[in-house]
Design a protein around this ligand. Structure first.
Ligand code: NI
Length: 253
């Protein structure tokens, strides 16, 4: 199985990062995409990718950090994106739940990074929280469909999923689909064709049931696969093979 979205550079892994990453391999995790959230964590993602053969990096500036964008940011990201194991630009997007950066700045920084991804012909990893319409509008106006990508930890409706699929984007499914009160993510998994689903942890955040609330890690992907298999009425193995193949296609592993 492939973890399409993780943050192993997070300080919550400082004590045991090496042991946890080794344990991922023991659990059958073949690839991990570690997503950057600013220039510093993009550097950290690339250095994890340098150190571990099964770790790959995405580099980019998260909407929370959009206010920190300056004249040097793009050249720093360009340097990093030249590294062999950088497979995507991310995570980038909009977050209107926290609004840590002004919306106008978030939109500008999102658009500039889509343009950057297109110049590199790399897919984008998109973060969206309570910003559904603006995400769709910007993906369209900036022609993000030329490179494709994934809406990570998808939180929209079936109606939005349909529009995302129409743009050729994949849908990332994480811990929330397993939560006891989950409705929308379950409907979305039922609706989206198996060949457009990715699995992810977003660790250390968003642990699935039955380990919700604890620090997340890629070994917990099995709970997400179990849930997808149950919703779609397929074997666990089929869900695992399909989502692995989808990640291979998108990130060109
Ligand atoms: Ni994330």
């Amino acid at each position: 199985m492939i973890d399409s979205h993780a943050h192993y550079d997070d300080e919550r892994f400082n004590e045991d990062r090496h042991e946890i990453l080794q344990k991922c391999v023991d659990e059958g995790v073949s690839h991990i995409v570690n997503a950057g959230t600013d220039v510093e964590s993009s550097y950290a993602s690339v250095s994890l990718a340098d150190k571990y053969p099964f770790v790959y990096a995405a580099v980019g500036v998260h909407p929370h950090e959009a206010s920190g964008w300056n004249d040097d940011t793009l050249s720093e990201l360009k340097k990093l994106a030249g590294c062999e194991k950088v497979v995507a630009i991310g995570e980038i997007g909009l977050d209107y739940h926290y609004d840590f950066s002004p919306r106008s700045v978030q939109k500008e920084v999102f658009a500039r990074q889509i343009d950057f991804a297109r110049s590199l012909k790399k897919p984008v990893i998109v973060h969206n929280r309570e910003s559904h319409q603006d995400i769709l509008d910007i993906l369209k106006s900036e022609k993000a469909y030329e490179v494709g990508g994934v809406l990570h930890c998808f939180s929209g409706s079936v109606e939005m999923a349909k529009q995302v699929l129409d743009l050729g984007f994949m849908i990332g499914i994480g811990g929330p689909v397993t939560f006891k009160k989950a409705v929308k993510p379950v409907e979305v998994v039922r609706y989206v064709p198996l060949d457009m689903l990715l699995i992810e942890t977003d660790c250390p955040y968003l642990s699935p049931e039955p380990v919700r609330g604890r620090r997340n890690w890629s070994g917990n992907l099995k709970y997400i696969l179990e849930k997808i298999a149950q919703i779609k009425g397929i074997d666990y193995k089929e869900a695992e093979m399909a989502t692995t193949e989808n990640a291979r296609q998108l990130f060109k592993f």
